[in-house]
Design a protein around this ligand. Structure first.
Ligand SMILES: Nc1ncnc2c1ncn2[C@@H]1O[C@H](COP(=O)(O)OP(=O)(O)OP(=O)(O)O)[C@@H](O)[C@H]1O
Length: 221
């Protein structure tokens, strides 16, 4: 499902070019649940953004479901992302003045579906995430845990084959973190491939996680 070959990514910091990722090669099989652990600044978010096609590597190849997302022009990588990938961000990235339902609908808008179908898909996803009862609330009125559930419902609304999660428990207390982990377990049983970047020790001893890989200073160890 995910294939990276010799991927390097650097950023300009002032006059200096700094490597965030060095020669990363990685294969995640369909249906696998992989935890990517690493300290702050080790390169986790950069790696996820390359897999999602939100950034391009300086060298190397990144493929998702057999397509080289790193070489696709933006409209095509956006389409691949919309159709196959659900991204759960550390800081939710919800649109504050929209309702929970409207936020969940946003990834479906380019699909040109009938309004009733948009509504139905969003409500189904919200029910799965236990947040349907807050559908009409503006998200800036919701608690952190509720916002996270809206963000997950949005990530799942297009039935993605692949979930990428970036520090998904960073803004949750332990109970909500455990609820979220139960959600990842359900997704694993549904055969959805997951790559979860985290330094939260709650993820390091879970029975349904197939593999834990570690990144240090931009290198897999
Ligand atoms: N847009 C950018 N411009 C310059 N440097 C960047 C940029 N994005 C990331 N970096 C650098 O790349 C390195 C890896 O950052 P990244 O955000 O991938 O780490 P991380 O493991 O996700 O950290 P955290 O857990 O704190 O989110 C860091 O040194 C960071 O400063």
């Amino acid at each position: 499902m995910i294939q990276l070959h010799d991927v390097c990514k650097s950023f300009m910091q002032g006059d200096e070019s700094v490597f965030a990722l060095r020669q990363i090669s990685l294969h995640v099989k369909r249906g696998e649940c992989v935890v990517l652990k690493g300290n702050s600044g080790s390169g986790k978010s950069t790696l996820l953004s390359l897999i999602a096609g939100l950034a391009q590597p300086n060298s190397g190849e990144v493929s998702v479901d057999g397509r080289e997302i790193s070489k696709l022009p933006e409209p095509f990588s956006a389409k691949l992302r919309r159709q196959k990938i659900g991204f759960i961000f550390q800081k939710f990235h919800l649109i504050p003045h929209l309702t929970a339902l409207e936020n969940v609908i946003t990834p479906l808008i380019p699909e040109n579906l009938a309004l009733s179908l948009l509504d139905e898909k969003a409500k189904t996803s919200m029910e799965q995430c236990g947040i349907a009862h807050k559908a009409q609330m503006r998200v800036n009125r919701l608690s952190g845990g509720e916002q996270q559930r809206v963000a997950i419902a949005r990530a799942l609304v297009n039935n993605p084959l692949l979930i990428l999660a970036d520090e998904p428990t960073a803004n949750l207390d332990e109970n909500l973190s455990r609820e979220l982990i139960a959600q990842f377990e359900r997704l694993k049983h549904q055969g959805i491939t997951q790559l979860i970047a985290t330094h939260d020790p709650l993820f390091f001893e879970l029975g349904f996680v197939d593999r834990i890989i570690e990144i240090k200073n931009g290198e897999l160890v």
